[in-house]
Design a protein around this ligand. Structure first.
Ligand SMILES: *Cc1c(COP(=O)(O)O)cnc(C)c1O
Length: 357
C-alpha cells in the first residue's frame, strides 16, 4: 500500500489555502422560505418550464442516489460538467504551469493531453506495449519528482481493452502522486471497477460518466470518485453551479430507470459481438481488436479509402489510422442492429467496387 502519499505535497500550494466562492445556495441550504438572497427572478422564467432558481451546487440529491449504486460514500463523489471537467480540475489543482508533469500512455483518450496543454503542464508519454497494455517499467522510469498525475484509461479509448490490474496496482503503490483510472466504458466490461479499491489507495481517482452506457452525453455529467480530502478540493475550485438545473432534473429521472440502462447495455454487447463477426468476415478487414467497450478498433487494408467511402455513404466513423500503434485502424462505435447492417452492407459494396478496379 502507498505509504508516502500526502495530498498536500501534490496540490499546488495556493490551492490548499484558497478561500472558495461562497454562493447563496451554499450559505443557506433550506428548501422552504421566501428566497431573496440570490438575485433570481421571483416571477419565473421566459420558458414554459421554470429555471429561475439556481441549482444545488453540490448535487446532494443526485449523490444520494449514486452512493448506493456505486457502493461508495457520498463524500467521495464529485460531479462535473462531463468527465472532462474533473480531468481539467485535477490538473488545475496539482500542476503548476511550466513546472509539473503528467504521464499519459498513448494511444489513449485525447483530453488528458489537451487539458495538460491548456494548463501548460509538461507531458511525458509512455507508449502502451504493442498489445495495448501498460509498460509498467517504462512508466516507473518516467516518474519524476515533478510528476503529479498518471492517466490510465481502462477500458482504453481507442483500443478497447482493459488494463492489467497488477500494473495499476504497482503504479498505485510506487507513485506518490495521483493515479487516475478513467472508466468511461466500465458498463461494457465484466472487469470490476477500481471504485472498490478507493479505501486502500488514497492516491487513486476513478472517473466514470453518464455519457456512454446511460445515453446522457448531451446532459454533460461526469463522475469522479476519490478520497474525501481530494473531493473537497475539487468542490473548492469548481465553478459554483457546474451542473445545470435541467441536467440535475433529467439525471434524477434517469437514475430511476437503471433497468433501461441495463437493457441498452445488453443490446449493445449483443450487437458488439455480431458486428465483430460480420467485420471479421470481410476480406478488406485485417483485424478486429477485442473490445471491452462500446466500439471496435478495426484494422483495414486501406483505412483512409474506407473512411472516405463511408463518408460518401453518410456513415461516419473515427479515423485513428495515424495514431501511434493504431496504424490503418478506424474506430467504429457499435450502433443499433439496423445501423450496423447498413454499415456492413456499405463495406460489402466498397469491397465489390474495389475488387473490380
Ligand atoms: C467518452 C469518454 C469520456 C466521457 O467524457 P464526458 O466529458 O463525460 O462526456 C471520458 N473518458 C473517455 C476515455 C471517454 O472515451
Amino acid at each position: 500500500m502507498t505509504s508516502n502519499f500526502d495530498l498536500n505535497k501534490i496540490l499546488r500550494p495556493h490551492i490548499i489555502s484558497l478561500a472558495p466562492y461562497s454562493s447563496a445556495r451554499d450559505e443557506y441550504t433550506g428548501h422552504v422560505g421566501i428566497f431573496l438572497d440570490a438575485n433570481e427572478n421571483p416571477y419565473g422564467s421566459v420558458t414554459a418550464e421554470n429555471y429561475n432558481r439556481y441549482p444545488d451546487p453540490y448535487q446532494a440529491e443526485i449523490k444520494q442516489k449514486i452512493s448506493p449504486l456505486k457502493h461508495i460514500n457520498a463524500e467521495r463523489i464529485f460531479l462535473g460538467n462531463g468527465s472532462d471537467e474533473p480531468i481539467d480540475l485535477l490538473i488545475r489543482a496539482t500542476c503548476t504551469p511550466g513546472q509539473d508533469h503528467v504521464i499519459i500512455m498513448p494511444p489513449t483518450y485525447g483530453m488528458y493531453e489537451v487539458s495538460a496543454n491548456i494548463h501548460d503542464a509538461k507531458i511525458d508519454k509512455v507508449l502502451l506495449t504493442p498489445d495495448f497494455s501498460i509498460d509498467t517499467e517504462a512508466v516507473l522510469n518516467a516518474i519524476m519528482p515533478q510528476t503529479k498525475i498518471i492517466w490510465i484509461c481502462s477500458p482504453n479509448n481507442p483500443t478497447g481493452n482493459v488494463m492489467q490490474n497488477d500494473a495499476i496496482q504497482t503504479l498505485l503503490e510506487n507513485f506518490n502522486g495521483l493515479v487516475v483510472v478513467d472508466e468511461a466504458y466500465i458498463d461494457f466490461t465484466k472487469a470490476p471497477s477500481w471504485i472498490g479499491q478507493l479505501d486502500n489507495y488514497p492516491n487513486l481517482v476513478v472517473l466514470q460518466t453518464f455519457s456512454k452506457a446511460w445515453g446522457l452525453a448531451g446532459l454533460r455529467v461526469g463522475m469522479c470518485f476519490a478520497s474525501p480530502e481530494l473531493i473537497r478540493i475539487l468542490n473548492k475550485i469548481k465553478p459554483p453551479y457546474n451542473i445545470s438545473l435541467p441536467a440535475q432534473k433529467a439525471l434524477l429521472e434517469g437514475l430511476e430507470h437503471i433497468e433501461t440502462k441495463t437493457a441498452m447495455v445488453a443490446d449493445i454487447l449483443h450487437e458488439r459481438s455480431s458486428l465483430c463477426t460480420m467485420l471479421e468476415d470481410l476480406s478488406l478487414v485485417i483485424k478486429v481488436y477485442p473490445s471491452d467497450a462500446n466500439f471496435l478498433l478495426v484494422q483495414f487494408e486501406d483505412a483512409k479509402a474506407v473512411m472516405d467511402y463511408l463518408i460518401g455513404a453518410q456513415i461516419i466513423v473515427r479515423d485513428r489510422s495515424r495514431v501511434q500503434l493504431c496504424q490503418g485502424c478506424l474506430r467504429i462505435t457499435v450502433g443499433t442492429k439496423q445501423e450496423n447492417e447498413v454499415l456492413i452492407d456499405s463495406l460489402k459494396k466498397y469491397q465489390q467496387t474495389s475488387v473490380i478496379v
